[in-house]
Design a protein around this ligand. Structure first.
Ligand SMILES: O=C(O)CCC(=O)C(=O)O
Ligand SMILES: [Fe+2]
Length: 210
């Protein structure tokens, strides 16, 4: 759905409805072009300052960089030191948290997130965002901040969704600028297909711990 033509309250209600009924939702133009571009420029600036690191898989002691599994680079946001823009995005995610708690009783307490950059040729193989080391990751929230995107650029988010008969189907979503994807972290295996153009996003998780 397109968010720009609707009131924010309607968008939030729709996120809750779709999470409740199908565990994922895709919203186009969740942020307007000015805000999207400002986030992209901030990400580009942080990249140029060399602040991004190769992304790891696993957590705690088991954290490792495994380029055969994922080849993106990330910069974690620091809640104590958010830029004004990051704070504005954080506040919008807080609104999603509030409605999901009210409508879906998810018991979400906090958010963590990072900027992500997928250089040309990079990918993230099939995985779940909630696993035994991070059982508190409940809802994944991704915003694409890169400039315009076409089919030829590839790099889709591929989600593996369950059919009622127990089989699996796939749905692919390109990282369209301003597109938001929200899904239940424990329920939807997904991957990032190899990208032919640099792909930029903010990925985060609503958590059941503070
Ligand atoms: O960027 C995307 O579309 C998905 C990223 C992802 O799966 C992750 O960071 O866990
Ligand atoms: Fe993921």
């Amino acid at each position: 759905m397109q968010a720009n033509s609707r009131l924010m309250e309607d968008v939030l209600e729709m996120i809750a409805d779709e999470i409740y009924t199908k565990s994922y939702v895709v919203i186009d133009n969740f942020v307007d072009e000015i805000f999207r571009k400002a986030l992209f420029d901030e990400q580009t600036d942080l990249l140029e300052k060399g602040k991004f690191r190769k992304a790891a898989v696993g957590s705690g002691d088991k954290k490792q960089v495994i380029p055969e599994i994922r080849s993106d680079e990330v910069l974690w946001m620091d809640e104590e030191n958010l830029s004004l823009l990051q704070r504005e995005y954080w506040n919008r995610v807080e609104e999603i948290k509030t409605i999901l708690n009210r409508r879906c009783f998810l018991g979400l307490k906090s958010f963590e997130g990072h900027f992500a950059r997928y250089p040309i040729g990079s990918f993230y193989k099939r995985h779940l965002d909630q696993f035994h080391q991070v059982p508190y990751r409940e809802v994944t929230v991704i915003l694409y901040v890169n400039d315009r995107w076409t089919e030829a650029d590839e790099g889709a988010l591929r989600m593996y969704l369950p059919n009622p008969d127990g089989t699996e189907r796939i749905e692919d979503y390109l990282p369209m600028p301003g597109r938001l994807v929200v899904f239940l972290s424990a329920e939807i295996p997904h991957e990032v297909l190899p990208t032919k153009k640099e792909r930029n996003s903010i990925t985060g998780w609503l958590k059941t711990i503070a």
